[in-house]
Design a protein around this ligand. Structure first.
Ligand code: KIV
Ligand code: ZN
Length: 512
């Protein structure tokens, strides 16, 4: 058996099923390019048959990257044809056909018996194979499916042309050992001597075991692992890519497996996924959490100072985690910022660079040391921006513990500056209401997160908000050393996205 593991990233498909998360088309394309840079073998770009937005995302990503691009399809002709159309320009296209196989899904969801599920799987894999050179088949809820039926359906799918057989632990039910046994059994009974077939893991984290089950699946014969950045995904999420790759690398002595991931990109893509999804990584999260390499106790600090290997099994700099060095100063120019942003993985357009540079200059006046982490936060904010119709001109607040907070906000739209005042429960709410008055849209705040980018009193605050207007929910991002300003900018960013989406809805859409 070959020992190379293929990484299949499904952040843009299963990851987008995280409650409350939707990605913008531009964000998806940027993220896919970053995944390409990370070295993943396949990007699951969406579910082309499910919506016009997903169809467009699969098409745009197919054009934008060189690595494999996959689109998910239910077992229907319409879904499979939509995948084939959306993948037309992909360099390495793949259609991923799935159907549920467990008794509870067959009875309660599909209302089909085993024979009907089997026939549908064969029919759809055959159709997919006639339209695309590479076909993957998943038996949804495989870990709660009768073993004999699983062997039968995987064998039939392979005979119909599927060369990647994915084994989803859809509800994170399997124990680590059970999952490993299942992979080994399917390998023995279905794959046998067929070298063209690859088994794949797809594990959910309902019992906190997704990474462990994935690694065990790889140890027992799978050669593709499906995962998401930061473990994003439905309910408790999917297996986290960064944890799997570092598990394989750190314990190569145990797994003996190879992969093509460029681990230097891990931190950057993790921050991008957190920013894009609005799902901040918990500080204690393995590999990319803020505390993952922090040594608090004196004994540990002493040990690490003598020899890092005492308490560190990985090197943070190898994962691209900035080490807090001072990078640019007051006298640095636009060119230096562009170069440095590029080193950190941000390719800014001229417009983004101009805005980032203004922000950087402001920051140099407000903050003693500008570090890599500050530059990354500024770049993320700019890349999250839209060519919004409103920009922040100024704001003023009047607030205290025994009074109603009021805010006066001035926004610029074209040449016009519009100023409104409003009050609220605290200065942040007062600012948001004043923005609503100017834009004439009564939006509501669904979530608000504030994160300090670096340590210290002059740290940059990065605010992420989720804002609703009728059916539209958009994420916004703002960065400043002043948390009220960061909040206002984040809210305005989300509102600009809402306005842009409303504008797009007015235009007649193309049909897919
Ligand atoms: O969890 C699951 O079963 C899935 C399939 C569609 C592969 O995401
Ligand atoms: Zn899944």
């Amino acid at each position: 058996m070959a020992n190379r593991v293929r990484f299949f990233d499904t952040t843009l498909r299963d990851g987008e099923q995280t409650p409350g998360v939707t990605f913008h088309l531009n964000e998806k394309v940027d993220f896919a390019k970053r995944l390409d840079k990370l070295g993943v073998d396949v990007i699951e770009a969406g579910f082309a048959g499910s919506s016009k937005g997903d169809f467009e995302a699969v098409s745009a990503i197919s054009r934008a990257v060189n690595t494999g691009v996959c689109s998910l399809a239910r077992c229907t002709e319409a879904d499979i044809r939509a995948c084939a159309d959306a993948l037309k320009e992909a360099k390495k296209p793949r259609i991923h056909v799935f159907i549920a196989t467990s008794p509870v899904h067959r009875e309660a969801k599909l209302h089909m018996d085993r024979q009907q599920v089997l026939e549908a799987a064969v029919r759809c894999v055959s159709l997919a194979k006639s339209l695309c050179s590479e076909v993957q088949f998943s038996a949804e809820d495989a870990t709660r499916t009768e073993l004999d039926f699983l062997y039968e359906i995987y064998t039939a799918a392979a005979n119909a042309g599927a060369t990647i057989l994915n084994i989803p632990d859809t509800v994170g039910y399997a124990t680590v050992q059970e999952y490993g046994d299942l992979v080994a059994d399917i390998h023995k009974k279905v794959v046998g001597t067929r070298e063209d077939i690859i088994l794949s893991t797809h594990c959910h984290n309902d019992l906190g075991l997704a990474v462990a089950t994935s690694l065990e699946g790889l140890r027992r014969g799978a050669r593709q692992v499906e995962c998401t950045i930061n473990g994003l995904g439905e309910r408790a999420g999917n297996a986290a890519l960064e944890e799997i790759v570092m598990g394989l690398r750190t314990r190569k002595d145990y797994y003996g497996l190879e992969d093509n991931i460029r681990i230097k990109e891990i931190y950057r893509i993790s921050r991008l996924a957190a920013g894009m999804s609005g799902m901040e990584v918990s500080p204690g999260k393995a590999i990319v959490g803020a505390n993952a390499f922090v040594h608090q106790s004196g004994v540990h600090q002493h040990g690490v100072l003598n020899n890092r290997a005492t308490y560190e099994i990985m090197k943070p700099e190898e994962l691209g985690i900035p080490q807090g060095s001072m990078v640019l100063g007051k006298l640095s120019g636009r060119h230096a910022l562009r170069e440095h942003a590029m080193e950190l993985g941000f390719q800014l357009t001229d417009h983004e660079l101009n805005r980032a540079f203004n922000k950087f200059k402001e920051l140099c006046d407000r903050k003693k040391d500008v570090t890599d982490r500050d530059v990354m936060a500024i770049c993320r904010e700019q890349m999250h921006g839209v060519a919004g119709s409103y920009t922040m001109n100024s704001f003023q607040i009047f607030s205290g513990n025994k009074m109603t907070s009021t805010a006066t906000v001035s926004l610029q739209k074209g040449p016009e500056i519009i100023t409104r005042a409003d009050c609220g429960d605290g200065p942040v709410e007062a600012c948001f209401r004043a923005v609503d008055q100017i834009t004439k849209r009564k939006c509501s705040l669904e979530s608000y997160q504030l994160r300090a980018v670096t340590e210290g009193e002059d740290a940059l605050g990065e605010v992420t908000v989720r804002v609703r207007y009728q059916e539209l929910v958009m994420l916004g991002k703002g960065v400043s050393t002043d948390v009220i300003e960061a909040s206002c900018l984040a809210y305005l960013n989300a509102v600009n996205r809402i306005l842009e989406a409303l504008e797009e809805q007015k235009q007649p859409g193309e049909s897919c």
